[in-house]
Write a protein that binds this ligand. Structure first.
Ligand code: A3D
Length: 316
């Protein structure tokens, strides 16, 4: 059986970590593409030279030529500028749309059967653009945001309650912006609703306050890292999140992962890429998992969807 091939478009901060994680997990052979000469070649050489130490055995290639992504099973796109302090993700739309246009054309030509995971911001718009240009079926073009947003929410809850992050299941829906929807009611620790545990710890009133602060921190978590780093945005956690999605596809794991997927009526949304729980398997984004939302949650979802619609409408 031929080895799987993973193409990474963008060899910057996230691209480098993606290459290392894909290699460490032996997901397949890795091709790292960037327009900057030497950058992807240098990073892949550096990672490959760690193979005898780490004990992985895959081929790693850095390239400035799209031809090298030929036949890729998975393509993960991080090409594009990241945020700097004071910028919103939406501020990146004009410059990153131009980059995404050339990237999507390269993918269309050389990796026509790939499952594509977009990470570039503004996420919901960049996924939309990538699908439009490639013309691939919607289930083969998705965005990574929700795995990360949910992981951040889960981490804050685990730290607050003093429990392992492994035992927290957190769910976020909606666009990858300040209006994202952390779903408190569906968030639990080993099956116990998180609010029950917070109320045991603090009583009802303070528990609500503590949760509101964690929801707020989750919504602003990307910006918190940007403000600390000053020169760019988060890169370890977005890379881990996209690798989980790629792995679920490559191994047909059918994991249920919050994914920016194209909705056709689910959650009352038609014809738009938005973050929802999705079964990811060999067919790509195979199925959207429907959740029942109460009036308050639906209102938050509607607000987030409206923001995504407005953003996507600005695409040329
Ligand atoms: P960075 O380290 O700047 O890497 C981006 C790379 O893209 C650079 O190496 C560029 O040379 C390269 N590039 C620029 N133009 C092209 C092109 N036309 N073709 C191929 N490569 C090109 O950024 P990063 O890795 O930190 O972030 C990458 C993107 O991910 C940014 O848009 C971020 O905003 C975004 N991001 C998304 C999330 C999500 O969870 C959705 C999280 C963090 C960052």
């Amino acid at each position: 059986m031929a080895r799987k091939k993973i193409a990474l478009i963008g060899g910057g901060q996230i691209g480098g970590v993606l290459a290392q994680l894909a290699a460490l997990r032996e997901l397949g052979d890795v091709v790292l593409f960037d327009i900057v000469e030497g950058l992807p070649q240098g990073k892949t050489l550096d990672i490959a030279e760690a193979a005898p130490v780490d004990g992985f055995d895959v081929s790693l290639k850095g390239t400035n030529s799209y031809e090298d992504i030929k036949g890729a099973d998975v393509v993960i796109v991080t090409a594009g500028l990241p945020r700097k302090p004071g910028m919103s993700r939406d501020d990146l739309i004009s410059v990153n749309s131009k980059i995404m246009t050339s990237v999507a054309e390269g993918i269309k030509q050389y990796a026509p059967n790939a499952f594509v995971i977009v990470i570039s911001n503004p996420l919901d718009a960049m996924v939309t653009l990538c699908q439009r240009i490639t013309g691939f079926p919607h289930k083969r073009v998705v965005g990574q945001a929700g795995v990360l947003d949910s992981a951040r929410f889960a981490a804050f809850i685990a730290w607050e309650l003093g429990v392992s992050v492994k035992d927290v299941t957190a769910v976020t829906l909606g666009g990858h912006g300040d209006d994202m929807v952390p779903l408190v009611r569906y968030t639990s620790v080993c099956g116990v609703p998180v609010m029950e545990l917070l109320e045991q710890k603090y009583g009802a009133a303070k528990a609500a306050e503590v949760m509101a602060a964690m929801v707020k921190r989750t919504r602003g978590a990307g910006g918190e890292v940007v403000a600390l780093l000053k020169t760019g945005s988060a890169f370890y956690s977005p890379a881990s999140s996209a690798i989980a999605m790629a792995e679920s596809f490559l191994k047909d794991q059918k994991r249920v992962l919050p994914t920016c997927a194209f909705l056709k009526g689910e959650f009352g949304v038609d014809g738009l890429y938005v973050g929802v729980p999705v079964v990811i398997g060999e067919g790509g984004a195979e199925k959207v998992l429907q959740l029942k939302l109460n009036a308050e949650e639906q209102a938050m979802m509607d607000k987030s969807v409206k923001a995504v619609r407005e953003l996507v409408a600005t695409l040329k």
